[in-house]
Design a protein around this ligand. Structure first.
Ligand code: SF4
Length: 227
């Protein structure tokens, strides 16, 4: 029997982050992640109130057909944490449909072969394994406190393999001048591979324009949620 994946949502949008920012992309967001970052933008990971009631199960071929109908530049496998699932059948189906496949992962779980692009965004709650960092085409560090970049660089010994290490403000702090200044100062002090970044698709509301996308969930890091 074919592998069935729990699908939180699928939608056509454009990639709002990283080297491929601005390119047409079809997103497959798989449900679930055991890491539970408090500020995760998949709110179901940090509070049961936001666990969707209607999680469909879809086969690799079904998802590949759906993605192919949008004729994207590439497909993004995201989550939750997609690598808690066996992605090999899905990657194979997408490749059989002649689609490019990108992955967004925290890097703590095994990354399948055959991907066209891997973005690793490490998380303190479950650190990335060396094999994942070695497969990363780009790294995205979430800057949640002003010295986050220093802490991450120390944690991995500064030995980034990828050419781009993006510094993104944790989204609930995107207007926090101490966070933005820290990113600017770090890039000015270090240069490559560090780059300042943002989630550009969010102010555009680009994902929400597809009726298949779920409405944006609250952020765990937002003050006043009471959780
Ligand atoms: S690892 Fe990623 S998907 Fe999982 S809780 Fe953290 S931010 Fe969310």
């Amino acid at each position: 029997m074919a592998e069935l994946y729990p699908v939180n949502e699928t939608f056509l949008s454009w990639q709002g982050e990283g080297v491929h920012m601005g390119r047409k992309a079809f997103f497959i967001r798989l449900q679930g992640c055991p890491v539970k970052c408090t500020w995760c933008d998949s709110a179901s990971t940090w509070h049961p109130q936001y666990v969707p009631k209607n999680i469909r199960k879809a086969s690799p071929d079904e998802l590949a057909k759906e993605a192919g109908e949008s004729h994207p530049d590439f497909v993004v496998l995201t989550g939750g944490e997609p690598c808690v699932h066996d992605l090999v059948p899905l990657v194979n189906a997408l490749k059989a449909a002649k689609l490019k496949v990108h992955l967004e992962t925290c890097g703590a779980y095994e990354i399948p072969e055959g991907l066209d692009w891997v973005t690793v965004s490490p998380k303190w709650a479950k650190l990335p394994v060396a094999e994942s960092l070695a497969k990363a085409d780009e790294v995205k560090l979430i800057i949640e406190v002003p010295d986050s970049a220093e802490k991450w660089t120390a944690a991995v010994g500064g030995a980034w393999v990828s050419k781009s290490v993006w510094l993104h403000p944790e989204w609930s702090r995107r207007a926090d001048s101490s966070i933005l200044k820290a990113i600017t100062d770090f890039v000015k002090a270090n240069g490559a591979p560090y780059r300042a970044g943002w989630q550009v698709h969010k102010p555009y509301m680009a994902d929400s324009l597809d009726a298949r996308a779920r409405p944006p969930a609250p952020l765990g890091g937002d003050p006043g949620l009471g959780f």
